[in-house]
Design a protein around this ligand. Structure first.
Ligand code: ZN
Ligand code: ZN
Length: 179
């Protein structure tokens, strides 16, 4: 959903109240969600306001999705959300040789736009990307999959456990055996 600067009134634009909420479940379509396998926005809020040519984007989202456990590959449901407050500065208009971040309040994220308008999906993609976990485990106690026989150690125990790893002497024995 593209919002042109001219569409933003003086009092700000409540994007979903004005444009409808039907697009919310599709906002993340096409996004790289790794390590998640699926993710859907269950709620989203966004208010855009203009100040001296900068767009202030204040919003929040909640998302629900699925991932595969990093250790045992079982499906794990993921749920997260956040509130954000970003200022979008027209590209090419940024003060030279100074970091705009330093000029703003600390909790304000700074991004850029082309001076004409903003793509709402981009705003959410960026916010969601910041929240994507690096790794997901079904539980901190997950025992994972046995690297030797492949059973899920959360559900079964296997006899491989406790077997010593092959040491250097075993390798020697094998070499001798081959002669
Ligand atoms: Zn697991
Ligand atoms: Zn095993």
């Amino acid at each position: 959903m593209y919002i042109r600067v001219k569409e933003i009134p003086g009092g700000g634009l409540d994007v979903f109240a004005t444009k409808g909420r039907a697009s919310i479940p599709r906002i993340l379509d096409g996004m790289n969600l790794s390590p998640l396998t699926s993710l859907l926005l269950t709620s989203a809020e966004l208010t855009l306001s203009l100040e001296d040519g900068d767009i202030f984007a204040e919003g929040s989202f909640e998302a629900e999705g699925e991932a595969a456990c990093d250790r045992c590959s079982d499906p794990v449901s993921a749920r997260f959300g956040k509130s954000f407050h970003t200022v979008l500065v027209p590209r090419g208009d940024e003060p030279e040789k100074s970091d705009p971040v330093e000029l703003r309040a600390e909790d304000l994220e700074v991004g850029y736009y082309d001076g004409k308008g903003v793509e709402v999906n981009d705003i959410f993609w960026e916010q969601v990307a910041l929240e994507l976990p690096v790794k997901i485990v079904c539980s901190e106690e997950c025992k994972g999959i046995c690297p030797m026989c492949g059973v899920n150690r959360n559900r079964e125990s296997c006899s491989c456990e406790g077997n010593p790893k092959p040491g250097p002497f075993d390798v020697l024995k094998n070499l001798k055996g081959k002669k």
